[in-house]
Ligand binder design. Structure first.
Ligand code: NAD
Ligand code: UGA
Length: 436
């Protein structure tokens, strides 16, 4: 049993804290957001993540997990401090490190015993050294510490499983003893452990996200070529995926990537390259291809409706950037809704869990609490997020409720032949000639 402090109780921090507690450690999770901490003390989660509430409750009841806003309390007796605060995009696309800086400063001011400080946030290459400088500078009295990079690879919606069964654990530090201590903490996860230097660990995180984003943009480009020539991108992805060098994961064509991670991390990596006078051609194209998807989705819906969106009512099935989360950060639904509204359409929205988060971001979108109610009187539906419940919709009923039976399936959840049989004017992404 080790004593751990996790700083930041957002997606990564709360999952990290709850999972380390579940592995038998004593964890104090800290946040500067008092409301979040108060809520957690009452058992109210800051985010929607399957299985999280139960995991937190179990570990709080067992006395292994607690919450605070007080750094001195959080660091007392602690051997490891994980920094898991946000690193959003800054004005020029760089990672904004103000929260990391503030956390490092607070750690320095309140640490009273030797500490391993671990960067779990996704931070630009060189941040580990910079954090070490801040801590050294801000310490009131000199106490030993080491900075280790241990980037997180969990996905929202499957965060607990990803944390508990990682593909690998990456640990970067110049301090071998500190790196070994962090490795020990992760041994129960039984994943391969890569121990390297700080900068390399930081780069592994960015390169991994950028590669996954590239795979998605690649398959989206292939999808367009498929459609032009009558091939089916789903079959293409399956056929490619059997090659172990390629793999089937992250080859789902659709509306492209959104969320809090790929958009900001690809941008930040491109920024880092440009900052060193390099030209990140692939990264720039990957982003361009991705954001074109959202505009294309609106153009394709317009085509299905005979060339104009003016006066039409469009229902968005799904608002979150992916299923099983209520995260709306850079969700394709936001740009799609905006573009539809600009083209004169009325927009409706339904999401199984993200409505509360989505509503303030989409004030001009009329929200519905039931997908059938939303469909009633719509000229078209767009599948924006592939929630499982949309795969099981009563399509006969949906067709009878729509003003015109038009569905643009931005996530390829339906079979084009079945949709044709139902009598829908249907279009998926890269699915043969799409009925043309
Ligand atoms: P988040 O915005 O959900 O949560 C960040 C939390 O940090 C907030 O609760 C905020 O109040 C708190 N905070 C800010 N400043 C603080 C301070 N000085 N002291 C204490 N708490 C402070 O962020 P997130 O999505 O969990 O992401 C955190 C980091 O992890 C980012 O760098 C992100 O890129 C990375 N990451 C995120 C994911 C993901 O799926 N969301 C996965 C892997 C890595
Ligand atoms: C992603 C990475 O998968 C995690 O490994 C990483 O830890 C995290 O970013 C991060 O650094 O924060 P996440 O954004 O939660 O996780 O979700 P993903 O499942 O990767 O999906 C990202 C986006 O890509 C979603 O918008 C999703 O709809 C889209 N996507 C994903 C596709 O369009 N096609 C695919 O085949 C896969």
């Amino acid at each position: 049993m080790k004593q751990i402090c996790v700083i930041g109780v957002g997606y990564v921090g709360i999952v990290t804290g709850a999972c380390f507690a579940d592995l038998g450690n004593k964890v104090i999770a800290l946040d500067v957001n008092e409301k979040r901490v108060e809520n957690l003390k009452k058992g109210i989660m800051p985010i929607y993540e399957p299985g999280l509430e139960e995991l937190v409750r179990r570990n709080v009841n067992a006395g292994r997990l607690s919450f605070t806003t007080n750094y001195a309390e959080a660091l007392k007796g602690t051997e490891f401090a994980f920094i898991a605060v946000g690193t959003p995009s800054g004005v020029n696309g760089e990672a904004d490190l103000q929260y990391v800086a503030s956390a490092a400063k607070s750690i320095a001011e309140h640490m009273a015993a030797p500490l391993v400080i671990i960067n779990k946030s996704t931070v630009p290459i060189g941040t580990g050294d910079w954090v070490a400088d801040i801590v050294k500078r801000e310490q009131k009295k000199q106490v030993d510490f080491a900075v280790v990079s241990c980037p997180e690879f969990l996905r929202e919606g499957s965060a607990i499983g990803d944390f508990m069964q990682p593909h690998r654990t990456v640990i970067g530090s110049f301090d071998r003893e500190a790196a070994n201590k962090v490795a020990q903490l992760h041994l129960p996860l039984r994943a391969p452990i890569v121990i390297t230097d700080l900068r390399t660990a930081e780069m592994i995180k960015y390169a991994s996200n950028a590669f996954l984003a590239t795979k998605i943009s690649f398959i989206n480009e292939i999808a367009e070529i498929c459609e032009a020539y009558g091939a089916d991108v789903k079959e293409v992805a399956a056929g490619m995926g059997y090659d172990a060098r390629i793999g089937r994961h992250f080859l789902d064509a659709g509306l492209g990537w959104g969320g809090s991670c790929f958009p900001k991390d690809v941008l930040a990596l491109a920024y880092m390259a440009e900052d060193k006078d390099l030209n990140p051609r692939i990264l720039n194209t990957v982003m361009e291809v991705n954001y074109d998807r959202r505009k294309s989705a609106v153009r394709w819906t317009e085509e299905l409706l005979g060339g104009s969106l003016k006066g039409k009512t469009i229902g968005l099935l799904g608002l979150a950037f992916k299923p099983n989360t209520d995260d709306m950060r850079d969700a394709p639904s936001i740009d799609i809704a905006q573009e539809l509204l600009e083209d004169g359409a009325s927009v409706r929205g339904y999401d199984p869990v993200a409505m509360e988060v989505a509503a303030p971001l989409l004030p001009a979108v009329k929200m519905y609490t039931d997908p059938y109610d939303m469909a009633k009187g719509c000229d078209a539906l767009i599948v924006v997020t592939e929630w499982n419940e949309f795969k099981q919709l009563d399509l006969e009923k949906v067709k009878s409720l729509l003003k015109t039976p038009v569905i643009f399936d931005g996530r390829n959840i339906y079979d084009p032949a079945i949709m044709k049989n139902y009598g829908f004017n249907y279009r998926g992404i890269g699915r043969g000639f799409n009925g043309k």
